[in-house]
Design a protein around this ligand. Structure first.
Ligand code: SF4
Ligand code: FES
Length: 363
């Protein structure tokens, strides 16, 4: 099947939100504001079926996420199944409530990689952002168990106003934990992040300072720690190729089985999403209206339609376009060619100066 100038490739990655349950309450959580409850979560067999279908579809990497994926007692069984399918498994975890024996069991099941979130580089700051006392201590213990088992460890740090000034300490923490990689991600402002933008967004000056410190650390730690970081959307000139393009490289499955082109896709009003409990994954990937809606380039209006970057950023982020303009097919407002760009800059500046308490994630 051809959409625009692009044949539909098989997806490389699948992000499985195994559950939305989580002990932490981060105010920028990428889960939807309307979280799915335990009563609607798919069973162990349902998830095994999803992963078998994903492997047949061509998926190579599974990101086992949540919420907190270890809140599911069947995580070892799920990983063991994925291991028999030769799927690469990356566990995205808060690292809280996982004792040494459970880490051993996850490794024995065939887990390939661990991505551990850190909210801030000190216990006090970390536990404040996470809304959970003792989280920092538990994370450091988990990092120790992971590395002593020989599993590769990535630290994931979501950056915002409350931790941007301590980025150097976060980098040192990642290095001292034995992480091979640090992912510095800036808060994405939809869902919970949008709700809390006035208490999370940093100033442009703080962002520039942070990026300079990361650059210096990259040189200093070259060969021991890889640092991934990009300029946050609101202070960039062009958007990122969100998800590597809509329906181009990866897909998300929610706890109940809904299949989404990205984790925030449900924020776009008017789109409906199909479930793996009702249709095969391949049919949803290739044929569903939601996946084909913004695939390739033919859906693009001007200025994207004739822009040189249209197959570089694929028009940016549909969720961000909808959140700002009310139209999911609009040019991403981050782009300097968007008529909303000035408005976005005004909002970013005003919100960066606001002093609001954030609302923690909750059901
Ligand atoms: Fe990307 Fe569209 Fe902006 Fe071009 S006009 S840089 S394709 S968002
Ligand atoms: Fe949905 Fe960017 S988060 S397209």
């Amino acid at each position: 099947m051809t959409v625009g100038s692009t044949d539909i490739p098989a997806p490389m990655g699948l992000l499985a939100e195994l559950t939305h349950r989580c002990p932490l309450k981060c105010p920028y959580c990428s889960n939807p504001v309307e979280l799915e409850r335990r009563s609607v979560e798919m069973s162990t067999d349902d998830w095994k079926k999803v992963f078998s279908q994903a492997q047949a579809l061509g998926v190579l990497q599974l990101h086992l996420s949540g919420g907190e994926p270890s809140a599911r007692g069947d995580l070892e069984e799920i990983i063991a199944h994925c291991s028999t399918l030769n799927l690469y498994t990356n566990l995205i975890t808060a690292g809280v409530g996982i004792p040494k024996e459970r880490w051993q069991a996850l490794a024995d099941a065939g887990l390939d990689h661990v991505q551990l979130s850190v909210q801030a580089p000190t216990a006090e700051a970390n536990d404040f952002v996470a809304g959970f006392d003792g989280a920092f201590r538990a994370k450091i213990e988990s990092a120790g168990h992971v590395t002593s088992l020989g599993l590769p460890l990535t630290i994931n740090a979501v950056i915002h106003r409350h931790n941007i000034n301590t980025i150097e300490d976060t980098i040192e923490l990642a290095a001292s934990c034995g992480a091979r990689r640090l992912e510095v991600a800036h808060v994405q402002y939809y869902g919970w992040g949008l709700k809390n933008r006035q208490s999370l967004i940093p100033t442009r000056e703080a962002v520039l300072d942070c990026m300079a410190k990361i650059e210096a650390a990259r040189e200093r730690l070259s060969g021991s720690l890889v640092i991934d970081a990009v300029v946050p959307d609101y202070y960039a000139r062009f958007p990122k190729p969100c998800m590597g393009g809509w329906g181009a490289r990866s897909l998300n499955v929610t706890p109940s089985g809904k299949v989404l082109p990205c984790h925030a896709a449900e924020t776009i009003a008017g789109l409906t999403f199909e479930s793996v409990t009702e249709k095969p994954l391949a049919e949803i990937w290739y044929e569903s209206e939601s996946f084909n809606k913004f695939r390739g380039t033919t859906w693009m209006p001007e200025p994207c339609r004739s822009c040189d970057r249209r197959e570089i950023d694929w028009g940016g982020c549909r969720c961000q376009a909808f959140a700002f303009t009310g139209r999911a097919d609009a040019t991403d407002p981050v782009c300097e060619k968007s008529t909303f760009r000035n408005r976005l800059s005004e909002i970013a500046e005003a919100d960066a100066a606001a002093e609001e308490a954030f609302e923690y994630r909750s059901f």
